[in-house]
Design a binder for this molecule. Structure first.
Ligand code: UTP
Ligand code: MG
Length: 667
């Protein structure tokens, strides 16, 4: 599995992809707005917190250590706010911090430093109450943040999972309609990754990036605004390190993108190597290639490792850099603010609030880089997902597809030329007709094109030249569903699904009752071995049916074909050898299977074909000869040789032996 170069080089941000990703969020726009409101509220609450602490410090905690103005009650200037006044021993004490601008000491009796504990306690009653209130406010804000964050998480994750579910459904449905040529080109592993990993990566866009990005930007902007409102001087000092952050971020983006590409390229290589080696493990072991394969794997594994370390290094350098700049900003603040606090030009609480704001400021910057990483991964994944979604199936219903109720079963090939890959003709000018109810057999050496003819009847591929007609209608003009309902195919290698025997016969078609399953199984002689299984028709079947023998799988496939009662039956005999008992069961079942239907058999055992109405001998994609068994024998041609090889023990020509070898002699 080799990832395309442009996959790896996918852009970190692409407006076109983003628009498409956002389109998936549209149905949940109301919920997303709610999440946005929640997130903004939380950000607002967080912004207020340092300010509340500043109030507690500047207005209530400090202030009394500084000298206070003492007034006779009737002498207090009217513009002194109540919160700055304290009453003790018939006098009014006024705090100096927070007084209106241009206030003059005026009629104060004295400027006193209050240090007698009793007086302090009495004066502070009001402040203690206020500090209590402010703490309460902080707790309430904390609880509100907790609840809102919780609601936001649930909301965003459900939306994200919902969208991923939709994308996965859409992709799977899309895949189900792709033509077989597509699956020849795309390895299973790659498609599975699209449906699982890639869709999961998208999830991050909706849960972590989309709404939270607003929060980060809002928080950053909010902090800057609040800082400038509180103290332009301190604000300027605080943002003086911003250029450093910008340079670091730009460098980080470039480095992170390169590192990410390396990791993806290495991952693609290790995936390809693993999927090939694990599926080919049998061969690896049979030919003792373990050591060799191990050294191959070691190299790709080491490459993946160093790419991973490289990516980690980028983050390992960036985060501490941001931390360092944050510390630097803090130290400048402490130096600048500290000097002013000492000179009494600035309240301590203000500096404290700035310390908080600076720490809050670097949080979103770190978070933004993390989101950049997620966005990068999501862009790469979405590009591949959309690429898959945009691949149109080569085989689709014609715009005015003709519906058919039940086909009569006449099949005609008219000068058919077909190639899987352009220029490599697999069928050359093939023409034949099969009348309804007839049985026609195809014989020929391996690679002659027998299975290809069957695939064409099912319209798994479209022919390049000529046409294929069902009941006189070109298969391209039929509805695919109708065509495939009319034709039941038993393929060379029978595929069984995980489940039990019953569901493998009726393929989850609800219209087929248990009795019918049993009936068709009896009909094709499959009931015999099924009823001997410990759990009969409920016996579990593993993926691909590896617990059953080739012959048993073949009988199950017959039952499956018969259950759907098709107008046309197509059998591609297994080339692998089947034991004589099963072979006899199959031969015995065949006449019942084909009665009343058009039947096409690809035969490797000539015993099967002798009763055919017509035998077509294929050789290298061309029809070499055709006729009944007797006619062909009389011709002493190709078929005659084939027949002789199977029924006598005379030395075989190598080419014919290849196709005839698996057959069991019954002479
Ligand atoms: P067939 O698969 O039609 O041969 O391939 P066959 O007659 O059934 O052979 P046996 O008896 O089962 O072994 C015909 C040609 O088409 C090519 C094969 O390489 C072969 O030369 N082919 C087949 C493809 O190129 N792509 C495919 O997906 C299948
Ligand atoms: Mg074949």
């Amino acid at each position: 599995m080799s990832e395309h170069a442009d996959d790896i080089m996918g852009k970190a941000y692409d407006a076109r992809l983003m628009r498409r990703l956002l389109a998936y969020a549209r149905p949940y726009i109301g919920w997303l707005m709610l999440a946005l409101i929640i997130v903004m509220t939380v950000a607002g609450v967080e912004l207020v917190r340092p300010y509340v602490i500043k109030l507690a410090i500047d207005d209530h905690m400090s202030g009394y250590s500084q000298p206070m103005l003492v007034f006779e009650p009737d002498q207090v200037p009217e513009d002194v706010p109540e919160r700055l006044r304290a009453y003790h021993d018939g006098l009014v004490y006024v705090k100096q911090t927070g007084l209106p601008k241009g206030f003059s000491e005026g009629d104060a009796l004295e400027v006193a430093v209050v240090d007698d504990p009793d007086t302090v306690a009495a004066l502070r009653a009001h402040d203690i109450r206020r500090i209590g209130n402010l703490s309460m406010l902080l707790i309430l804000a904390g609880i509100a943040s907790f609840g809102l964050n919780y609601a936001k998480s649930i909301l965003l994750h459900s939306i994200g999972q919902r969208i991923v579910l939709n994308v996965r459904t859409e992709l799977f449905t899309h895949l189900e309609h792709m033509d077989l040529a597509f699956f020849d080109r795309n390895p299973v592993g790659r498609l599975v990754t699209r449906l699982t990993n890639d869709t999961e990566t998208l999830n991050e866009v909706y849960t972590s990036v989309l709404v939270n990005l607003f929060k980060d930007v809002f928080t950053l902007a909010g902090i800057v605004v609040v800082m400038f409102r509180l103290s332009p001087g301190l604000a300027l000092v605080s943002v003086s390190t911003l250029p450093l952050i910008i340079i670091a971020t730009v460098l980080f983006r470039v480095k992170a993108r390169d590192a990410y590409r390396k990791v993806r390229a290495a991952l693609a290589r290790i995936n390809a190597s693993l999927s090939e080696n694990i599926s080919g493990m049998r061969i690896v072991q049979v030919f003792n290639r373990e050591a060799h394969k191990y050294s191959e794997f070691k190299a790709t594994n080491a490459e993946f490792y160093s790419a991973g370390v490289g990516e980690m290094m980028v983050y390992a350098v960036f985060r501490p850099t941001v931390e360092f700049v944050a510390t630097f900003a803090l130290s400048v603040l402490v130096w600048y603010g500290g000097a002013r606090v000492l000179r009494g030009a600035m309240p301590f609480g203000l500096v404290y609030a700035f310390v908080n704001y600076i720490e809050m400021f670097f949080g979103p910057i770190n978070a933004l880089t993390e989101k950049y990483n997620m966005l990068q991964a999501a862009m790469a994944s979405s590009e591949r997902i959309f690429q898959l979604m945009d691949t149109r199936p080569a085989i689709t219903d014609a715009p005015l597809a003709l519906p058919i109720e039940r086909a009569r079963g006449r099949i005609e090939f008219k000068n058919v030329w077909f190639a899987y890959n352009e220029g490599e003709w697999v069928l050359r000018d093939v023409s034949f007709t099969i009348e309804p109810g007839q049985m026609v057999a195809f014989v020929g050496a391996t690679g002659a094109g027998k299975t290809s003819i069957i695939s064409l009847i099912n319209r798994f591929y479209d022919v390049q030249k000529g046409e294929i007609l069902l009941d006189g209608i070109n298969v391209k003009e039929l509805r695919l569903a109708d065509l495939r309902r009319s034709v039941a195919t038993v393929l060379q290698d029978v595929f069984l699904f995980t489940g039990d025997i019953k569901t493998n016969i009726r393929l989850n078609e609800k219209g087929i009752a248990d009795e019918r399953v049993r009936e068709v199984a009896k009909h094709v002689n499959a009931d015999h071995f099924i009823s001997r299984l410990p759990r009969g028709y409920d016996e579990p079947v593993t993926e691909r049916g590896s617990t059953l023998s080739a012959g048993q799988r073949q009988l199950l496939a017959f039952a499956r074909a018969l259950a759907f009662d098709p107008a046309i039956l197509v059998l591609d005999e297994a080339t692998s050898s089947i034991d004589t008992d099963t072979e006899m069961l199959i031969q015995d079942a065949l006449p019942r299977l084909i009665a009343g239907r058009t039947t096409i058999v690809v035969a490797h055992r000539l015993s099967t074909v002798q009763h055919a109405d017509k035998i077509i001998v294929l050789h290298k994609g061309k029809i070499r000869e055709s006729g009944t068994h007797q006619e062909l024998l009389a011709r002493h041609g190709f078929y005659y040789d084939l027949y002789r090889l199977q029924y006598t023990d005379s030395p075989a020509a190598p080419e014919l032996a290849a196709s005839a070898a698996p057959a069991t002699s019954q002479g």
